[in-house]
Design a protein around this ligand. Sequence first.
Ligand SMILES: [Ca+2]
Length: 70
Amino acid sequence: MIYTPSASGWDYATWAGLYANNQTADLDFDDDGVPNGVEYFMGQTGSTFTAIPKVTNTNGVLIHRHAQPH
Ligand SMILES: [Ca+2]
């Protein structure tokens, strides 16, 4: 997965330093089953359970919503 830094300018390394003890994106710092990289992408802090966002289908339009990254 390639991700462009958020509007705040945080890249993954900055996020991981703050919320995931500098773990790599494939590890799961808070052990909730969601990898750090996914939590970063979803704008989570990596310190609480992260619910995987759902995809909804409205008249054939698939919508995926999640929080903006920090
Ligand atoms: Ca996690």
